[in-house]
Design a protein around this ligand. Structure first.
Ligand code: FES
Length: 174
């Protein structure tokens, strides 16, 4: 193994300064690579959470997946449907439109805070889509959810406008 001339690193052609040993350099490089791998895994995880529908297009009835695929308490973004599918703890489903009722920006689901946040003017909405701010005094619109042979479907023909969230906006299989 080639040894670095610590007195004069330039003498042996190495560009590594005497303050950074080869071992330190390798250690830093490995950490940087580890960090990059973690970022890539995180991005893959986010993409995984952004599901696509099985069939249908936005503007019509979309088949989203098997009912049992959705964990109670979860919020899944259905990217091509422009909505978030909320699975309630008691087995119900609610599909809320991603469009902010203020000026139409796309709201983001904040998993850690368990709320929706609009990046444009910071309006926030509860997990049910209910507004919890003064800027936008109405809930996120929603789409009807139905069930057919164990499959979950969402009718995205037209979002339903609502003042506030009500229990009857949640659909239950069977
Ligand atoms: S567009 Fe969402 S808060 Fe203004």
């Amino acid at each position: 193994m080639k040894k670095i001339n610590e007195q004069n690193p330039e003498k042996d052609g190495s560009s590594v300064s005497k303050n950074v040993s080869r071992r330190d350099f390798l250690s830093i490089s490995l950490k940087a690579l580890g960090g990059l791998a973690a970022i890539e895994l995180g991005a893959a995880g986010i993409l995984f959470l952004r599901s696509r529908s099985l069939s249908g297009e936005f503007g019509g009835i979309m088949t989203i997946g098997k009912i049992e695929e959705f964990t109670p308490g979860s919020v899944v973004e259905i990217e091509d449907g422009n909505f978030y599918l909320i699975s309630t703890e008691d087995g119900g489903f609610l599909a809320v439109y991603r469009r902010c009722p203020h000026l139409g920006c796309t709201v983001n689901w904040m998993e850690n805070e368990q709320k929706f946040l609009c990046p444009c003017h910071s309006a926030t909405f509860a997990k049910t889509g209910d507004f919890n701010n003064k800027l936008v005094a109405r809930a996120l619109d929603y789409f009807p959810v139905s069930f057919d042979k164990g499959m979950l479907k969402v009718d995205t023909t037209a979002p339903i406008v609502r003042e506030q969230h009500l229990p009857q906006h949640v659909s239950y299989p069977g």
